[in-house]
Design a protein around this ligand. Sequence first.
Ligand SMILES: Nc1ncnc2c1ncn2[C@@H]1O[C@H](COP(=O)(O)OP(=O)(O)OP(=O)(O)O)[C@@H](O)[C@H]1O
Length: 286
Amino acid sequence: MEHEGVAPSPAPALSVRALQFSYPGQAPFVADLSLALLPGTRCLLVGANGAGKTTLLRIFAGKHLVGGKDVVQVLGRSAFHDTALTCDGDLAYLGESWNRPIGSAGDVPLQGDFTAEHMIFGVEGIDSDRRQRLIDLLDINLQWKMHKVSDGQRRRVQICMGLLRPYKVLLLDEITVDLDVVGRMDLLSFFIEECTERGCTIVYATHIFDGLEAWATHLAYVVDGKLERFTMASDLLSTGDSVTSLLNIIEPWLRDERKVRESRPKSSLPVQASPWASSRHMAYYR
Ligand SMILES: Nc1ncnc2c1ncn2[C@@H]1O[C@H](COP(=O)(O)OP(=O)(O)OP(=O)(O)O)[C@@H](O)[C@H]1O
């Protein structure tokens, strides 16, 4: 029942309910993970190597079938089943691969003998002001030949193409690693603008915490597929009058985690599940 004068809370842009996930033939990796991000959130996803950041981002991007339609929802729609989410550009995922997704035709490699112009202008139905803004922001020379550019230059083109459509939910898997400092900081500022002006929601997995103190609204820390902490960044970063750095906060977590891992008897390390493991945890890929 709605009460007069009380504004209803906005629906989450990303909602995850009791998520379970296993890679085929392996023991359950993610068990009972729940999370809700409201529009405008910029959530940093942090954790040690192998903690599950990429796995979670790929699940949020609808690349794995996990349980029912309500387990992972983006903008109230099933991330896996509602393929229009990605095709229309509402949901964007930018990860490691040097490919340009072109809907049902699959992926086009970003390393062929094409110019940056060919790649960027090959994406149809794009607002020309937004396209030019991104080309300027990412300092892209349209004459770059994709098979002759540096990793950072190729990455700029990849990011540009991934951001051409005005997404509502953006999933970023450590995409700034090859960018120079100016390129990275300008891109991070652009993301803040996208969230404040268009109400976008961003989840960003990274190991580079420099300059992110004022960027993140939330922090999600994963350990072995488990959401160990989920908190507002401001609660972590300001202790009284002083503001501490993200590195100062996260490094001790990771060191403690490593100590716990090292102190475990070897027999308690995760084991391979039998190939007949419960079908409840089985994954389907796209
Ligand atoms: N395709 C796969 N098949 C089986 N296991 C996988 C697969 N991909 C990842 N894993 C395992 O899942 C776990 C989580 O991997 P994931 O790539 O999600 O971690 P991550 O937190 O992104 O790590 P990093 O910080 O190193 O990128 C790891 O133990 C990894 O070995």
